[in-house]
Design a binder for this molecule. Structure first.
Ligand code: PEP
Ligand code: MG
Length: 332
């Protein structure tokens, strides 16, 4: 079994009927790079940049961030890297930000609904500009994309793009070498507000990355880390699936890249449904890539689409679970 999954590394992620599916890896800490290289992932679909800010008393400066981003981009040897700007907040505690007075010592009573992700960056523009400058400079080392976390409004994307453009102008004045074309600026779809505004957001963003971890939490009002209600945390709930479908279709209408980078993407039993909803790009834990690739290579696009239509007719999460987890799409 291990050897078989190992051989998969060199095989393409193509469905039985010839459709290419992009399988990328999530990176949480740089120590995962060798595993990512071994996994056969086609690049990094979600670099969670929080590690740079964790377990330290001061903020990393532009030079330190630049070195880290550049080394990751170089290690991917020409495969694309999507760098998500700092997603502080929610369950992600980052001491350095408190030490520097960037976030209040006394946290919000409801941190998941508070100053998190892009909300914090747009209030602390220096923090945001420093990170963007480091990413933009590192992006000369290979194909790079910039991803904004926790977006809920079109205004946030517009303002973030203004900051981005300002940083580009400043770097040019400084005589820095920048990539041409500049990195695309995309957004996480991880709140119901963003998913339901996906048609409007698709006019502002260059790509979508659907984050099903937070999307499930916010849609179902169930804390993703809360064990008392863990049984209610269900990415297969029809409400979550409808939001994923709505956002995916909005992106496809605009011919805009869209991917799923939440834990859902790592479960090969969910791949037929997600492909059936029109998704062709997934980013996951590196360790999941071989199994998902194996699932992809057995798929037929028409079967997946038929299966997804049947699933989307259902309103009972228990029935959907049985359809998706208990049976193959060919048999549906
Ligand atoms: C998500 O919310 O689905 C996601 C991919 O981001 P994170 O898990 O880092 O919050
Ligand atoms: Mg998230």
């Amino acid at each position: 079994e291990r050897a078989r999954l190992g051989r998969l590394r060199r095989l393409p992620a193509v469905t039985e009927d010839g459709e290419t599916i992009e399988l990328q890896a999530n990176l949480e800490i740089p120590a995962e790079l060798p595993l990512i290289a071994q996994s056969g992932a086609a690049g990094i679909g979600l670099l969670r940049s929080e590690f740079l800010f964790m377990n330290r008393e001061t903020l990393p400066d532009e030079a330190a961030q630049f070195e880290t981003y550049r080394s990751v981009i170089e290690a991917m040897g020409g495969d694309p890297v999507t760098i998500r700007v700092l997603d502080w907040g929610g369950e992600k505690d980052i001491e350095a930000l408190q030490g520097e007075g960037i976030v209040p010592e006394v946290a919000d009573r409801n941190p998941a609904l508070g100053l998190r992700g892009i909300r914090l960056l747009l209030r602390q523009t220096e923090l945001f500009e420093t990170q963007l400058a480091a990413i933009l400079r590192a992006a000369t080392a290979g194909p790079t994309r910039v991803l904004l976390p926790m977006v809920t409004t079109v205004g946030e994307v517009r303002t973030a793009r203004e900051v981005f453009d300002r940083v580009v102008r400043r770097l040019r004045r400084r005589g820095e070498r920048l990539p041409d074309p500049l990195p695309p600026l995309g957004i996480m779809i991880e709140t119901p507000g963003a998913a339901l505004s996906a048609d409007a957001l698709a006019l502002e963003a260059d790509f979508f990355a659907i984050g099903t971890n937070d999307l499930s939490m916010y849609t179902l009002a169930v804390d993703r880390g809360e064990t008392d209600v863990a049984d209610l945390y269900d990415p297969l709930h029809p409400a979550v699936l409808r939001l994923v479908q709505f956002a995916t279709e909005a992106a496809l209408r605009m011919r805009m890249p869209v991917s799923v980078c939440g834990e859902m993407a790592a479960n090969p039993r969910l791949t037929p449904l997600l492909v059936g909803l029109g998704l062709r790009s997934f980013s996951m834990n590196a360790s999941a890539v071989p199994r998902v690739k194996q699932a992809v290579r057995a798929l037929n696009i028409d079967d997946c689409a038929r299966f997804a239509r049947k699933v989307m007719e259902q309103s009972d999460p228990a029935i959907i679970q049985e359809m998706v987890l208990g049976q193959s799409p060919g048999a549906a």
